[in-house]
Design a protein around this ligand. Sequence first.
Ligand code: CP
Length: 304
Amino acid sequence: LKNFVSVEELTNLEIMSLILRASEFKNGVQPDRDLTEGIYASNLFFENSTRTHKSFEMAEHKLGMKVISFDTSTSSVSKGETLYDTVLTLSAIGVDVVVIRHSAEAYYKELIESPGITASIVNGGDGAGQHPSQCLLDLLTIYEEFHTFSGVKVAICGDLSHSRVAKTNMQMLQRLGATIYFTGPEEWYDSTFDQYGTHKEIDDIIGEVDVMMLLRVQTERHGGKAMRYTKAEYLDQFGLTVAREARMKETAIIMHPAPVNRDVELADSLVECRRSRIVTQMKNGVFARMAILEAIANGRTTNV
Ligand code: CP
């Protein structure tokens, strides 16, 4: 890979090979250090992050890459330097891979199209656009459980229209053969999602699905508009309560990209329950990101 900015640009075969490689790393296979040791990586997070930022950093260290620290608040971004000029600079001083999270949707387009920028770009989330590395770790988590995507019934629940995780996952899961349902408030549903699945009431699908993929209520993307529901009302009408969890299939799992709003998207006691794969998703994030970064390192070596 030259860049990793959107899962749409990857074939099913490329996605499966990244999942299998991530799985190998999880099972203790060591990376080929000759490939990754000479690579310099820098992580530019213009939006807050714990999981994505720190698991990319962990993945870089585990691969033996050299990590060049970058703090948006103390860099020349604070003097008004643009994203383009920032990445051009890092590229010029020898950074090979730049991982970026930015509020602008598709911010990466001008970077990957510029002949002046030689660094590879990895998308750590672009506004309400895509979150491709989260998609990969979510796919790994589902694949570990069911060993296929074909026929797996996934409910994507909650604040759909503001979620880059939802948009990325619905596209990929459908492509890989999963059946998708949507639940949650109608005001957070967009008719463009109809092509990927069917909107249902949570109580109508809770006993049928294999995966309950809950989404954080992203108040920071609601443009200052107050939520119509109290936290308790949201949990009761749209969330995963203990009573609903009891109706899930024996083999069904709970996922959430996190951070979790406890007692909003799901009951506090379910966050670490036997069905929950939320902590597994966090762990899988490191292995999925190792696979992505290794594929980038491989692409850079073979393209020289
Ligand atoms: N899931 C996720 O993207 O979490 P962070 O915002 O903490 O990176």
